[in-house]
Design a protein around this ligand. Structure first.
Ligand code: ITT
Length: 205
């Protein structure tokens, strides 16, 4: 029988991410709740290998690794951009497309690869997806999902945000996420939408 969903009881929450852009957004979303947060990097936790083939699997790997290492609840995000003309790629492998030979990340090159591989297709549809996993040290995990539909543009536009933000225009706007202040990106983005589910499911009531 499935276990009943749990609420966070207060106390510290580990943010199981090493991505500075994600951490900024998650901290801003958590601030109004007065939850004490500490990041995996601040705790010196290693980055687990993301061996899953779905956003859920990878989010669970990251959240469970942090929760078991710290004996605290942990929240992880696994996310990516899905390009319709590429059959949903890079998807779960979005971060991998930015990895260079020396192991660093080059998002300009990753965005150029999207444009190159999708060149010639009139289909400009794209979507950002975020899966948040909330894990406890005893192995219990809950998931929350968010998605932002839109279009991709090339060349990239704007210097705000992080990662693939300059490539993506959300539905109903003419600016890329890279051209928006963080408060505007927060209105439509995948992570904020997943967070709204997390708020209702793990913090509400
Ligand atoms: P952690 O696993 O440590 O959280 P990561 O960057 O490795 O960090 P993922 O494995 O989930 O995270 O990869 C997500 C990729 O999608 C990564 O390249 C991000 O830059 C990109 N991405 C996710 N959300 C994004 C957003 O809101 N804006 C721009 N790019 C985003």
């Amino acid at each position: 029988m499935a276990e009943a969903p749990r609420k966070l009881a207060g106390g510290k929450l580990v943010l199981a991410s090493h991505n500075a852009g994600k951490l900024r957004e998650l901290r801003a979303l958590l601030t109004p709740h007065g939850i004490e947060v500490v990041s995996a990097g601040e705790l010196g936790l290693p980055e687990p290998e993301e061996t899953g083939t779905t956003f859920e699997e990878n989010a669970a790997i990251k959240a469970l690794a942090a929760a078991t290492a710290t004996s605290l609840p942990a929240l992880a995000d696994d996310s990516g951009v899905m390009i319709a003309a590429l059959g949903g790629a890079p998807g779960v492998y979005t971060a991998d497309w930015a990895i260079t030979a020396d192991g660093s990340r080059d998002y300009a090159a990753a965005m150029a690869r999207v444009a190159e591989e999708a060149e010639g297709s009139p289909d400009r549809r794209a979507a950002f997806v975020s899966v948040l996993a909330l894990a406890w040290p005893d192995g219990h995990v809950q998931f929350y999902h968010g998605r932002s539909d839109g279009q991709w543009v090339y060349p990239p536009r704007g210097t705000q945000g992080f990662g693939y933000d300059p490539l993506f225009i959300p539905e109903g706007d003419t600016r890329t996420y890279g051209e928006m202040p963080p408060a505007d990106k927060a209105l439509t983005n995948h992570r904020a939408r997943a967070f709204a589910q997390f708020e209702a499911g793990a913090l509400g009531g």
